[in-house]
Design a protein around this ligand. Structure first.
Ligand code: ADQ
Length: 473
């Protein structure tokens, strides 16, 4: 196994400081969990931003560096202006809305491009300094789309993979971007470019054709004297550990409490980052529509929406939050009683145990993004249901829809259709619930995060390294 150099915007750690000092704690996210094994076994490094450490004292900073080194993490520190313009600016206000088809949310000026480019170059410089011949480099996500080409220029012989965690949009959308060709060429520095679904692979290939005149033959493109491979690698979750969690006595006790507190009510659940791609307003409107047109459901339904605060420094997210707050207030004002309200809205992060208990207690899980690269919540819900019960309502526009065909599929733009789907999920007979959940769970368990890491790395490592460049005499 070759040494693995992982590169992502954020390191999979959180730096915590209190009166006792400073500590670096591993994060529990899906990517971190899936990659921990190969990272450690290969004796590799993880390169990325550790978060803002500017308020720490010099001795605390030194302690952070030592603790990061013990975790085999190499920090790239970003200045406040880089965070504002490379991360919140170009990454989250241009590339994020573009890839999710929200082009009218993109600011009219492209002023953050230069910083995006410069920070990508800084990442490549740092990776190149750590690189040893024979290493495999795996770059993650849209914040770093130029890194593969910057690396290729510095390390012509390196084996480089890139994975895009969000949708790759239709070429009709992608070609609206002023720096479209630079971004495509940035990615083409990699040997293998991975996406969650084959639809995204096709969209990327058609952008290559339309914008660079490059033809993809099956899954290969010839570019700059090298062969670049494209592939669909649907990301999974650590299904076994979610299932174990859902079977823990403390979690089962929490499930019992949730059920007891909502006796006589059906529990409907939503769990998302508070992001305008996740479709929370239309989901709330569907709940309202159901209560409006079917009075029999009033007082019999509890919709719990957990929303973790996200990108609070970006203005669009603040106005989205207000919209959600307002809708929740409106529905509860209309359909709440003195002792109960239909929507329980929790604006905070939950730990995995709390999430597992909610997943296991829910009758219906609503995963209805307007657009989503994959959506791991849908998979977590299935993994947390060893009782083979619960109904998943899933948007056709989530990457997960390609795999989870036994969910109740919905078009999230169609509020009436969503209300119909919610009602049929609430009324689904037990036998059908069990059959569907069994199939969903088989898929989620077989194609888990470990499968995803293995299949991407096996493909990357099976590729021939690029031939040495012959300079003209
Ligand atoms: P995200 O947009 O963050 O990821 P998702 O795949 O759903 O979306 O992952 C969210 C993670 O955050 C899940 O593990 C979930 O448990 C957790 N989470 C959500 N709400 C939470 C809450 N209130 N409290 C605590 N945890 C919460 C991006 C892409 C996705 C893609 C992933 C992985 O947008 O489409 O699936 O990367 O590639």
């Amino acid at each position: 196994m070759s040494r693995l150099l992982l590169v992502s915007n954020r390191l999979p750690v959180t730096v915590k400081s209190d009166k006792d000092g400073v500590s670096v704690v591993r994060s529990a996210g899906g990517l971190a969990t899936g990659l921990r094994g190969p990272h450690e076994r290969s004796g590799g490094l993880w390169i990325g931003w550790p978060g803002d450490v500017s308020r720490l004292t010099p001795s605390q900073r030194a302690s952070v560096e030592t603790q990061l080194a013990e975790l085999r993490c190499v920090p790239l520190h970003l200045s406040a202006s880089e965070v504002g313009r490379y991360y919140e600016g170009y990454s989250n206000q241009v590339l994020w809305p573009l890839c999710h088809y929200f082009i009218d949310r993109i600011p009219r000026q492209d002023r953050d491009w230069d910083i995006y480019r410069r920070v990508n170059e800084r990442f490549a410089d740092l990776v190149a300094r750590q690189y040893q011949p024979g290493d495999t480099i795996w770059v993650h996500d849209y914040q770093l789309m130029l890194v593969p080409a910057f690396l290729r220029a510095r390390l012509p012989q390196a084996r480089i993979g890139y994975f895009h965690h969000i949708p790759f949009p239709s070429s009709e959308i992608f070609r609206t971007l002023p720096h479209r060709t630079e971004l495509l060429r940035g990615l083409l520095g990699a040997d293998l470019i991975g996406f969650h679904t084959l639809t995204y692979v096709r969209h990327f290939a058609s952008s290559l054709m339309r914008l660079l005149g490059l033809e993809t033959v099956v899954d290969r493109v010839d570019y700059d004297g090298r062969e670049v491979r494209l592939g669909g690698f649907p990301m999974g979750i650590d299904a076994q550990s979610f299932e174990n969690l859902a079977n823990e006595p403390a979690v089962l006790e929490e499930v019992r409490v949730h059920r007891q507190k909502s006796e006589g009510l059906r529990l409907v659940l939503g769990v998302d980052r508070l992001d305008y791609t996740k479709g929370i307003p239309r989901r709330l409107m569907a709940v309202q529509r159901l209560l409006e047109r079917e009075p029999a459901w009033r007082g019999r339904l509890r919709f719990i929406q957990v929303a973790v605060p996200s990108r609070t420094g970006v203005a669009d997210y603040a106005s989205y939050r207000e919209k959600v707050d307002e809708l929740v207030g409106r529905i509860n004002g209309l359909y709440g009683g003195v002792h109960n309200v239909p929507v329980h809205y929790l604006y905070r992060s939950f730990n995995e145990k709390q999430l597992a208990a909610l997943y296991r207690a829910a009758d219906v899980m609503l995963v209805t993004p307007i657009r989503d690269g994959m959506n791991l919540v849908a998979k977590e819900f299935c993994a947390a249901r060893p009782d083979e019960d619960g109904v998943l309502v899933l948007s056709e526009f989530a990457g997960a829809a390609d795999e989870l065909g036994d969910a109740v599929m919905v078009n999230p733009y169609n509020v009436d259709g969503l209300a119909d789907a919610l009602e049929s999920a609430l009324e689904m007979p037990q036998e059908e619930r069990r059959t569907r959940m069994r199939t969903l769970r088989t898929r989620v368990k077989e194609y888990d995060v470990h499968w995803w890491v293995r299949s991407f790395l096996d493909t990357l490592e099976s590729m021939p390294t690029p031939p040495p460049r012959v300079e003209p005499a």
